[in-house]
Design a protein around this ligand. Structure first.
Ligand SMILES: [Zn+2]
Ligand SMILES: [Zn+2]
Ligand SMILES: [Zn+2]
Length: 254
């Protein structure tokens, strides 16, 4: 199983249009970017996308993905579903898994597209391509949002989704002891109603006894990537984690 961070940015991405802060200018000058949030899970020749970033066309082309077998939506914010239309014209009737509430919220915007909504309840696992997925309610007011637990051959990966630090206990129990915790951390510091800062995300990772923590959904509030990465385990676009034969390997895509 290979897990790839297709986009590690927050909703405006980095660089932010019309922002000339140090981080956005560094990104423009050196050509790095934080595209919008999506995590790709690949196993047995199947590709599952957790969220469909508005940057999805570029992400799929860059990763040479020719077919999407299923999509999981975590919540109804534009940066998490807006890119569904990016492959709508090349691929019809994609299976999309989410809770009934999140399907309702996003379906409102998707009236002109055909896809196969599959309703799954939180805490009920389902299998796609030999990988077990479970949706876990988190706390991202005012909308309904879930994190995702991914299990394969004894490995456990948890993706927090967009959430503040006040995650329900029932979810925390399911998130315990992940080999890899992909956790949102909008900014290095500061208090946010809907999101975590890096300190809160790291504390949560320790509380869950995560084997490895990688921060994602990162805003331009961080210093430029090459500096930020010295202080926090910030992810980068196309960073991949491969699981198998008792090992977790890590690489950056070509
Ligand atoms: Zn978001
Ligand atoms: Zn900026
Ligand atoms: Zn959100």
């Amino acid at each position: 199983m290979i897990i790839t961070l297709l986009g590690t940015g927050d909703s405006p991405g980095t660089p932010v249009i019309n922002c000339h802060c140090r981080t956005c200018e560094d990104a423009r000058r050196k050509g790095w970017e934080r595209k919008r949030f999506s995590v790709m899970v690949q196993n047995n020749g199947k590709t599952v996308l957790i969220d469909t970033s508005p940057d999805l066309r570029r992400q799929l082309l860059d990763c040479k993905v020719e077919k999407v077998d299923a999509v999981i939506w975590t919540h109804c914010h534009f940066d998490h579903f807006g890119g569904f239309g990016e492959f709508y014209r090349v691929q019809n009737n994609v299976r999309v898994y989410s809770t009934p509430q999140i399907h309702d919220d996003i379906g409102y915007f998707m009236k002109f597209m055909s896809y196969k909504p599959i309703e799954v309840d939180a805490f009920e696992s389902f299998n796609v391509g030999g990988v077990d997925f479970t949706l876990l309610p988190v706390n991202h007011p005012p909308v309904s949002a879930v994190g995702v637990k991914v299990e394969w051959k004894g490995y456990k990966v948890v993706i927090s989704g967009d959430t503040n630090a006040r995650i329900p206990e029932s979810t925390l129990r399911e998130m315990q002891n992940p080999d890899l915790f992909i956790v949102e951390a909008l900014a290095p510091a500061g208090k946010f109603r809907k999101h975590m800062n890096a300190r809160e995300a790291m504390e949560l990772g320790k509380r869950l006894n995560a084997g490895k923590i990688v921060l994602t959904h990162l805003g331009h509030f961080y210093p430029p990537h090459h500096i930020a990465v010295k202080s926090y385990p910030v992810g980068e676009d196309y960073q991949s984690f491969s699981f198998g034969e008792g090992r977790l390997d890590e690489f950056i895509g070509d």
